[in-house]
Design a protein around this ligand. Sequence first.
Ligand SMILES: *Cc1c(COP(=O)(O)O)cnc(C)c1O
Length: 429
Amino acid sequence: MNNSLSKRDSNVIWHPYTQHQIMEEPVPIVKGEGALLFDEQGNAYIDAVSSWWVNLHGHGHPYIAEKIYKQALALEHVIFTNFTHEPAVTLAERILNILPGKFSKIFYSDNGSTAVEVSLKMAIQFWKNKGQARRNKILAFNHAYHGDTFGSMSVSARGIFTNSFNDFLFDTVFIDTPGADNLKEIKSVLQSYDGQIAAFIYEPLLQAAGGMRMHQANHMDQLLAVVQSENILCIADEVLTGFGRTGPLFAGESMSHHADMICLSKGLTGGAMALGITACNQNIFNAFLSTDRTKTFYHGHSFTANPLACTAGLASLDLLENTSCREQIRWISQQHEEFVRNELSVTGMELLVNIRTIGTILAFELNTGKHEYINEVSATVMGKALSQGIYLRPLGNTVYIMPPYCITPEQLRKIYLFILSIPDFIRKN
Ligand SMILES: *Cc1c(COP(=O)(O)O)cnc(C)c1O
């Protein structure tokens, strides 16, 4: 039976972000190639969200697969205290070379949430080690999303994802993202917490899980100047924006003020393996150097710097540094802009509002009125797309696409045509 895997799945699996009482059974995927995913019957689905934003070069990439295979035969894993290995060191060297700003050290973990946890713990202990424990508050943006563990939830917006846990989250100072006229307001908030804020964590240019909200680089740059003038450490969460998603290799390249720490994951391995990085500058690292053992950073995960994951990271960087990949990123960005200008911003498309793009990401809202209805609509959009061989996963009433860089012109066109058909089938529904 071709649905047997779905049945076995429903017996034993609890899926992420899934209300099992009302969700459809998951589609068993047996193979991936380029931007396509194939189910057991051979139906193809265009992975229009890069498998939760991680995939850069396509599925089942032979170059990445080969490198992982060879590394697995040589050394699959080794404890990362007292020992080191070539993939971890080389990846650290190469990442430090391309990051926007002056970073000196790479701390490895397994995913975006842990990369964020590490940065928060480093920031808090940094001030403690310097004898300024009063600086223990974190500053973050409204609508922020930094992960699902307790620390990363604490610096994320309170809402449907966190509501069951709000009593257990530490207090965070939240501010709006910078615009043309709110810098003064933000300044006065910072001044009211004079000397108490340890660090500012932010998603540069794009707040993704919070609804694909975008802000301008020049405003962000001005905000960073203000924050840094208060001696607050800056943590750029580039877990999503890293590795070309917004156009340049890192969103931070668009600003002249650079972070003290930067968090990476998602595209870091091209989407092939789980890996997280927290990069920091020399100033941070130095605050932990001491003959006093209590100043040590006591944090680590079993699979820290897993050699297979680091190898996948190196292979993905090889592909990313190839000019054809950079051209693909530019091409997708241009296609999005032209599609918005020539086809989405025309009469008949009034149902789609706040149409916006940044790099390889295109987003808009469905202007359908009430919230309860909205969720139904997003499920309708997902179901309709899937029936046409496209995998989309709207965030509430925010529909977005974020394709792997290897997507073909025909595949991208197919997604665009689907988007153009949304007003028609929503009206009929
Ligand atoms: C996805 C995401 C995270 C969390 O990463 P996980 O690997 O899912 O834990 C953190 N920050 C940002 C900006 C993200 O988009």
